[in-house]
Write a protein that binds this ligand. Structure first.
Ligand SMILES: [Zn+2]
Length: 409
């Protein structure tokens, strides 16, 4: 029986093999626990009696929660080891202090989302589980199963399959404004990425898992709705669901528009007030223009030679190199024109539904961000205009640009 799982609760989504209607079998190797974290650690530790476990966390987490955990573990006859790190990069050299831990380590525990990625990698290499006890509503990346690590200067992608235990203890959760803002931005960038991914896949006639997309949409709006109520448990659950769906889609979301934004930011290095939020809104505007009926007949091919000249001046990059990149990224214009026509109505419906809520998004953002940000919309336009040149993959931005829509902004 093939399942449509978009309405599943978080418990149904993890530790179960889902034979999805998209023909894939989705799976997240994890277990979830609710309530007092010490009590729950005791439950998990039944699997590892009288063994060595490591608590790896930041100084803050150690002071606030770590000490009581260490005391408890000692009482239980477990040998706790602790390492305090305030950040860990994806570079293997940076993880060397973890590899000094004893060989017979049986489990890793952390309270910090920023350490989860590196610790997932470490736990995978050691083939031991990771216990994560969130202390904020930002849980982005918990289930990230494809981890990029840098070994000897070379980037490698590793698929993590070891188990994760997530313990949600409401008493530990402090819904600070900073965390709420992060949760909100994660949700909003996911939203734009979903649109971008849909358009992108339509062009290449690739099917995406509709259940995953539905789950992402549901979670994004649940996050939006729960932000003002500061319901931490709900925010964490929806954040985890978003992460699960993202994972099921095999990281494709991250390679979509979000990736484009990052590339542009890097390329325009001197720009530092280009915040995620303004980029997100600028992208939403782009989609609106593209999918609105009024613009339907715009079909102009940009003057690449002129653009390249200008771009070369800005970036100090060789014109021939730039031209080559444009050429490589230019698929058959009419082919995707036809493909898009078929799907336009469906995409437009989705985007309209999202744009209807735009005012609400801005309101939430303003409420979360008290000080006024200086937003340079001209700069955003300019950077998005040049985005296709920096892309390794063909994206919606490339499409918009080729259709001459960016020039009309
Ligand atoms: Zn699926």
């Amino acid at each position: 029986m093939k399942e449509n799982f978009a309405g599943y609760s978080i418990e149904n989504l993890i530790n179960t093999k889902i034979n999805c209607a998209c023909k894939e079998c989705h799976f997240i190797n994890a277990e979830l626990f609710y309530g007092n974290f010490i009590k729950n650690i005791k439950l998990v530790m039944k699997n590892f009696p009288y063994s060595k476990v490591a608590l790896i966390c930041t100084e803050n987490s150690f002071e606030s929660f770590g000490k009581s955990l260490i005391d408890f573990l000692k009482k239980e006859g477990i040998v706790p080891l602790s390492i305090i790190v305030n950040n860990l990069s994806d570079k293997v050299e940076d993880l060397s202090k973890l590899f000094c831990l004893p060989e017979d380590l049986r489990c890793v525990i952390t309270f910090d989302i920023d350490l989860v990625n590196a610790l997932s990698y470490f736990a995978f290499v050691k083939q031991i589980p990771l216990i994560f006890i969130p202390t904020s509503v930002n849980v982005k990346g918990v289930f990230n199963n494809k981890i990029r690590v840098t070994v000897d200067g070379k980037e490698d992608k590793i698929k993590i399959t070891t188990k994760k235990y997530i313990i949600i203890d409401e008493k530990l959760l402090v819904a600070q404004k900073k965390d709420l803002l992060t949760a909100y931005l994660n949700a909003l960038t996911s939203l734009v990425s979903v649109i971008d991914l849909r358009v992108n896949k339509t062009i290449f006639s690739k099917k995406l898992c509709e259940n995953c997309l539905e789950l992402i949409n549901n979670s994004i709006f649940a996050i939006m709705n729960n932000l003002s109520k500061k319901r931490s448990i709900k925010l964490i659950e929806e954040g985890l669901k978003l992460d699960i769906a993202n994972n099921f889609l095999e990281d494709e979301l991250y390679n979509s528009s979000y990736f484009a934004v990052e590339k542009v930011q890097k390329a325009l290095g001197e720009v530092n007030n280009l915040t995620k939020i303004t980029t997100v809104f600028a992208l939403l505007e782009l989609y609106k223009i593209y999918f609105s009926k009024k613009q339907e007949n715009i079909l102009s091919v940009p003057n690449y030679i002129e653009d390249i000249e200008e771009l070369s001046k800005i970036t100090n990059q060789n014109e021939i190199d730039l031209l080559r990149r444009v050429k490589e990224n230019l698929p058959n214009f009419f082919e995707f024109e036809n493909k898009l026509k078929k799907h336009n109505a469906k995409l437009l419906k989705k985007i309209n539904a999202i744009l209807k809520r735009k005012r609400k998004f801005v309101k939430i953002f303003n409420a979360l961000l008290e000080e006024t940000e200086t937003v340079d919309y001209e700069l955003i336009k300019k950077s998005i205009y040049y985005a296709p040149y920096f892309m390794e993959n063909y994206t919606t931005l490339s499409l918009l640009r080729e259709k001459g829509i960016l020039e009309n902004l």
